[in-house]
Write a protein that binds this ligand. Sequence first.
Ligand SMILES: Nc1ncnc2c1ncn2[C@@H]1O[C@H](COP(=O)(O)OP(=O)(O)OP(=O)(O)O)[C@@H](O)[C@H]1O
Length: 228
Amino acid sequence: MIQFYNVSKVYENGVKAVSDITLHIKKGEFVFLVGPSGAGKSTLIKLIFREELPTRGQVMFSGKNIVRMRGREVPYMRRKIGMVFQDFRLLQQKTAAENVAFALEITGASRKEIRRLVPEALEQVGLKGKEDLLPGQMSGGEQQRVCIARAIVNKPLLIIADEPTGNLDPNTSWEIMTLFQDINRRGTTILMSTHASEIVNTLKKRVIELSSGSIVRDEESGVYRNEL
Ligand SMILES: Nc1ncnc2c1ncn2[C@@H]1O[C@H](COP(=O)(O)OP(=O)(O)OP(=O)(O)O)[C@@H](O)[C@H]1O
């Protein structure tokens, strides 16, 4: 589903954020991306979403070379990816249902589809009955559920979650992780950057560790940090 071939990214200020990365992620995988602050995790995510272009190398997503892709193809590619952020990024003046609906509206979905798909997504994340609440009226965990509903409503092939539990307490973090595991079991590939060592150590998923822009570890059933 995702292939990186000798990918490097040097920002305009000369910082080499990603250095000669070759990487394959298959459909249906659940992958944790770990590494210290500044290791290049966000840059790698931006390269998949084509928010940044690599300085060298090729990035493939769902069989397409996204570096060579035409500009007008980019929105279609992005529709196959659901993004979940640490800081939720919900529209504060819109309700839970309206936030989720908005993700469909921008793809040109019909009102009929929106009426069917929004309640379905909100129910899947456990927010039935909270459709009309504004983000300010919801807990952090509930807001993150809205963010996940918004990410899944387009039925994406891939979900990229950038530190999704970074603003949540431990119990709520586990509830959110259970939700991600459910979504993964239904077939959606998940790539999640995280600093939550206990979660990584408990779930025993594939772990890719970045350090100074390079992959220093890629293990099936890995842990957060290999002690020497
Ligand atoms: N737009 C940019 N312009 C210049 N340098 C950048 C830019 N974005 C990131 N960098 C630099 O690239 C390097 C990698 O940053 P990146 O944000 O990818 O790391 P990270 O692993 O996601 O860190 P964190 O865990 O703190 O989010 C850092 O040295 C950072 O300062």
